[in-house]
Write a protein that binds this ligand. Structure first.
Ligand SMILES: [Cu+2]
Length: 118
């Protein structure tokens, strides 16, 4: 009987450890970090425009754009702002963001070299 209890105890400890590990994994993918595809950016000027637009969003902590990969890495406070809000801010500045299409007016106001041909 004692062995059975010990075994049960060991099992629950193992299960708990497994759960802990899972939680840690979730922390690694951080809810406040997002990689946003910005396929229509073309130059440093585009990067500046998108960076400025995203920085204005309340709750955004930092943004770093990889121009080669056309991906924006954004850190934000998920209690203050949602990914969709950040995508909208990018679209409002004239650029596509994930599945959110750019605002046409804002896009047409960009300098001609920054306007997307697609
Ligand atoms: Cu540009």
């Amino acid at each position: 009987m004692k062995t059975l209890i010990t075994l049960a105890l060991l099992l629950s400890v193992a299960a708990f450890a497994g759960e802990k590990k899972e939680q840690h994994k979730m922390d690694m993918s951080k809810p406040g970090h997002a990689m946003i595809n910005v396929p229509t950016i073309q130059c440093d000027n585009c990067v500046k425009t998108v960076t400025a637009a995203v920085k204005k969003v309340d709750g955004v902590e930092s943004i770093k754009i990889d121009l080669d990969k056309k991906v924006a890495h954004v850190n934000f406070d998920p209690k203050k702002v949602k990914l969709a809000d950040i995508e909208k801010a990018i679209a409002a500045s004239g650029y596509d963001a994930n599945n959110v299409k750019r605002n046409k007016k804002a896009h047409d106001a960009l300098s001609p070299c920054c306007q997307s041909k697609r």
